[in-house]
Design a protein around this ligand. Structure first.
Ligand code: HEM
Length: 288
């Protein structure tokens, strides 16, 4: 049995088995992690999770509503102290400087105003490798959804992209720090404490999504938080990612209609992104 096994309680503190602050949590199979988040969502209030190596921790925001509220209340849930968990080493910050995600207004708004011009739907060029890999795999292991999509690409492509982003949630989490005492989702959060916004858990919130574990390219509405919970840090590349995925899926399935993944994707254990190291594919080359 895994050293992380355990059941949720309603004390506000998760047992080790449901503890996303435990470094080994992120090496568990995806299904076990998803089950742990289901248990955490059922708690009365956001649980406090402690990293056993450091004794430090964060409040885990695992419900859709809490992630949205924290994302849209940037004056309380600030980003400048850093947004990644665990804290990056000091040299990483010194080397890469303060990126936009680690800034608060007004500096953040100034910078975002300048760069956002390059991210309008008309001007965007780049890749979203992980989302695409997850998408091609999901469309292989759900042959009915693949068939539906290929039966009418024009009609279903947009919905398929949204559902791929919801279901696979390529970015797992971002952190915020409390600028003031605040009550959220029934929990008392104190100034300087940290909260982690678990986008993947919010995207499986049964209070918002019908049959959240079902992959459904026709899901509508689909208010997923794969690009963030709204607010000033909402993904600047969302248009780019959507466009890229639509173009790539259309081209791949038009040129190689037999394209299918083989086996399970090899994931790189990470608490930050759902990164695919490798994934095999099979296809029939088009006739010359
Ligand atoms: C499927 C692909 C992608 C996903 C799932 C994704 C997801 C996210 C998420 C969850 C955030 C944090 C939002 C928040 O804290 O509220 C974010 C921020 C950001 N993303 Fe993306 N992203 C994707 C692709 C891209 C691409 C292609 C670019 C640029 C080429 C990009 C640029 C950014 C930037 C600049 C931010 C920070 C914005 C800010 O702090 O103001 N993203 N993204």
């Amino acid at each position: 049995m895994s050293a992380l096994a355990g059941n949720a309680s309603d004390t506000g503190r998760p047992p080790v088995g449901g503890n996303p602050a435990h470094p080994e949590f992120w090496s568990l199979p995806a299904q076990e992690r998803a089950a742990a988040f289901t248990r955490l969502r059922a708690l009365e209030r956001p649980p406090f999770c402690t990293d056993p190596r450091t004794g430090r921790g964060f409040h885990a925001l695992v419900r859709h509503a809490d992630v949205v509220t924290a994302s849209r209340t940037p004056e309380i849930f600030v980003s400048a102290p850093g947004v990644t968990t665990p804290e990056p080493a000091r040299w990483v910050r010194a080397l890469f400087g303060d990126s936009m995600v680690n800034l608060d207004d007004p500096r953040h708004a100034d910078l975002r105003r300048i760069v956002s011009r390059a991210f309008t739907p008309r001007l965007i060029i780049e890749t979203t490798r992980n989302a695409l890999a997850h998408g091609l795999h999901l469309l292989t292991v759900h042959p009915d959804q693949r068939e539906l999509l290929l039966s009418d690409l024009d009609r279903h492509l947009g919905g398929a992209v949204e559902e791929i982003v919801r279901y696979s949630t390529p970015i797992i989490q971002f952190r915020r720090t409390l600028a003031a005492d605040h009550r959220l989702g029934g929990a008392e959060l104190a100034r300087d404490e940290k909260v982690v916004l678990f986008f993947g858990s919010a995207n499986r919130d049964e209070a918002v999504f019908t049959d959240p574990d079902t992959f459904d390219v026709t899901r509508s509405p689909n208010p997923h938080l794969g690009f963030g919970g709204g607010g000033p840090h909402f993904c600047l590349g969302a248009y780019l990612a959507r466009q890229e995925m639509k173009v790539l899926l259309r081209e791949l399935y038009t040129r190689l209609p037999g394209l299918r993944s083989v086996g399970e994707p090899e994931l790189i254990p990470s608490s930050f992104d759902n990164r695919v190291r490798s994934l095999g594919f099979t296809f029939t080359p088009p006739a010359r």
